[in-house]
Ligand binder design. Structure first.
Ligand SMILES: CC(C)(COP(=O)(O)OP(=O)(O)OC[C@H]1O[C@@H](n2cnc3c(N)ncnc32)[C@H](O)[C@@H]1OP(=O)(O)O)[C@@H](O)C(=O)NCCC(=O)NCCS
Length: 182
């Protein structure tokens, strides 16, 4: 099955709570009033507790993405997500039980072996509860399931603790040209 087909046919995963045959159980200690994410990895599916639900290719409106970006002090153009989405292998949303979007990451794709992690974001009110790490973990799982061999990311040096230590990326040399600056 071609990677695109695999990606399309992958089950939509909105899972929570009780699941059979957990393979890995990750438990973290709460440091604030917001519970940390408790995750159970079952094959390709990532289950979280009732507090936060992760979903691959779950619905997310342009307005919600803009709100999440702006909650982090960023600026976003109306229509940005509607423009980006057709070029995405998939994305992961994290929502509270009442549906608020508190986390997001997008996975762009070259149509073959390479996928690119973009726009990882957690709402400031929910940061440092493990959501970012679980968003990336779900992206890794689904990029692998789509047949990709490599997942790339770039980031500011201060985020090394997040991407390298928490998410498991390896540091590598990479190049970049700002095409609007040359
Ligand atoms: C980076 C970001 C997505 C992390 O989300 P998160 O949900 O808070 O991440 P986690 O709770 O899974 O963090 C796990 C660990 O990664 C590290 N980490 C998380 N955020 C970090 C940050 N901003 N700077 C440095 N290390 C960070 C910490 O070691 C953290 O463990 P701790 O909570 O015990 O301190 C979030 O800070 C964010 O949305 N930032 C603004 C947008 C941004 O810069 N995105 C990255 C684009 S490349």
């Amino acid at each position: 099955m071609r990677p695109a087909e695999r990606a399309r046919r992958g089950p939509r995963q909105r899972v929570s709570g009780r699941l059979a045959r957990p393979v890995t159980l990750e438990v973290r200690v709460a440091r604030s009033s917001i519970p940390r994410v408790f995750a159970v990895l079952i094959g390709d599916a990532l289950a979280v507790t009732d507090e936060i639900s992760l979903e691959w290719r779950g619905p997310a409106t342009d307005d919600e993405i803009i709100d999440l970006v702006e909650s982090n002090g960023g600026s976003s153009t109306v229509g940005w997500w509607d423009q980006i989405r057709p070029y995405s292998l998939g994305w992961v949303t994290a929502r509270t039980p009442d549906g608020m979007l508190v986390g997001f990451v997008n996975v762009a794709w070259d149509g073959g072996d390479h996928a690119f992690l973009l726009d990882t974001k957690t709402r400031p009110s929910h940061q440092h509860t493990g959501i970012g790490t679980e968003l990336v973990r779900a992206a890794v799982t689904h990029a692998r399931a789509a047949g990709c061999e490599w997942l790339h990311v770039d980031y500011q040096p201060e985020l090394a603790a997040f991407y390298l230590d928490a998410c498991g990326f390896e540091s590598t040399e990479a190049g970049l040209i700002n095409l609007r600056a040359v």
